[in-house]
Write a protein that binds this ligand. Sequence first.
Ligand code: GLN
Length: 192
Amino acid sequence: MGVKVGVLALQGDVAEHITAFREALADRPGSSVIPVRKVADLVDLDALAIPGGESTTISRLMGKNGLYDPIAEFEGGIFATCAGMVLIADRVDDPRVRPLARIPMHVDRNAFGRQVDSREAMLEVAGLAEPFRAIFIRAPVATDVGPGVEVLARIPEGIVAVRSGRHMAFAFHPELGGDLRLHRIFLDGLGV
Ligand code: GLN
């Protein structure tokens, strides 16, 4: 059976997420990947990606488009990267971000400083046999996680990959770099 994935398309690297999920789903006939801009777009989705970008901007636009409650109640899996990891948390250090509270964790925005501190790292991620080339761009980190949240990877600054039920969140950008192993683990975990 095909998998239907939506990518929250208010701001951020939406096109890269769509491309990565289309590629990860290429061997699953009947699958589709669509941009999500309004509540009606969420209907029938198995999963939703919340992209990297500016969490303050995405937060404001989610409010404007009436998407907070529908995403807070969304029943599929959520794949959140970077700004998405800020939004999916339940506690954020920046009051301009209203978090969706889908994963119990505290997230610090811009934990590496201002824009300058972006980097790549070969990261050990739980569940992957080989390290993942992680691209960090003004990345957040989680500083603590609640019960039931599995920490998949950390760096000296903090936690950078987690799983909570069908949801996964990354401080880096698995949608960039062409390595789709984390997308596949996420898709396998949907149970579709
Ligand atoms: N620092 C950004 C934020 O908190 C996230 C950066 C990114 O998504 N690449 O919104």
